[in-house]
Ligand binder design. Structure first.
Ligand code: 13P
Length: 253
């Protein structure tokens, strides 16, 4: 059984004080060990990266990430942050290609490919997000669409490099306030398609989009799902701790 990756992106939320309080609470709860069979991770805003790294400490079982990073190591790219800078700030994961970045900030398959390569080059874990719109889903094109997003970003990688990648499938129609939770039956086919190509070849195949305390266990039951990538439910520490508990129980079965 694969380790279950259970993590949250805070998106554009939390002050430094809120970030520190969440991280301190998690540290107090976990101590120096992750729940058995579970890999926790947290992806704050850039501004909170070093603060969260400091609170968690260097011996933390919790992996820390950033929500984006540029493909170049340095240069005239106003407003951007590079992978070496993210690493310097304490990050171990680089989130790449979230649908909000594809929709609002011009992220393309080509930029996700470059960013995956940059993360791997510097020894960080690329967390590649893929997901289709409702239009694509309604036209029964989900599996084909997400496989194209994934293969476009992961093209040319060696098996060893691919083995360091985490993929998060996050259907756009299921994300955020405007989304609706996906049903298990809607997710079986996309995960079967992803599992066919990437199962066992990558570090993890995560599901994200309106994960909550009621659906988390059922989502983890879906074949090929090896983790959850969570927004709103995990922004309160209590919710995140409950998700870790659900995952630990799942891993113990
Ligand atoms: P929600 O869990 O709030 O739907 O957000 C999911 C997500 O986009 C995580 O990256």
């Amino acid at each position: 059984m694969s380790t279950l990756w259970i993590g949250t992106s805070w998106k554009m939320n939390k002050t430094l004080a809120e970030a520190r309080a969440w991280a301190q609470g998690l540290r107090d709860h976990l101590g120096d060990a992750a729940p058995a069979g579970v890999q926790p991770f947290v992806i704050p805003s850039f501004t909170a990266t070093t603060a969260v790294a400091g609170v968690l400490g260097t011996d933390s079982p919790v992996l820390l990430g950033v929500q984006n990073a540029h493909w170049e190591d340095a240069g005239a790219w106003t407003g951007e942050v590079s992978v070496p800078q993210a690493k310097d700030a304490g990050a171990q994961i680089v989130e790449i290609g979230h649908s909000e970045r594809r929709e609002h900030f011009g992220e393309t398959v080509e930029t996700t490919r470059r960013k995956v390569a940059a993360a791997l080059r510097h020894g960080l874990t690329p967390l590649l997000c893929i997901g289709e719109s409702l239009e694509v889903k309604d036209a029964s094109g989900s599996a084909e669409f997400i496989l194209e997003q994934a293969s476009g970003a992961l093209t040319g990688l060696t098996a060893q490099e691919l083995a360091r990648v985490v993929i998060a499938y996050e259907p756009i129609w299921a994300i955020g306030e405007k989304g609706r939770p996906a049903t298990v039956s809607e997710l079986v086919e996309p995960f079967a398609a992803l599992g066919d190509v990437y199962g066992g070849a990558v570090t993890g195949l995560l599901y994200g989009g309106s994960v909550n305390l009621d659906n988390a266990a059922d989502l983890l039951d879906i074949e090929h799902v090896t983790g959850l990538f969570v927004g709103r439910t995990a922004w309160q520490l209590k919710g995140y701790l409950e998700l870790l508990r659900i995952a630990e129980a799942h891993a113990a079965r």
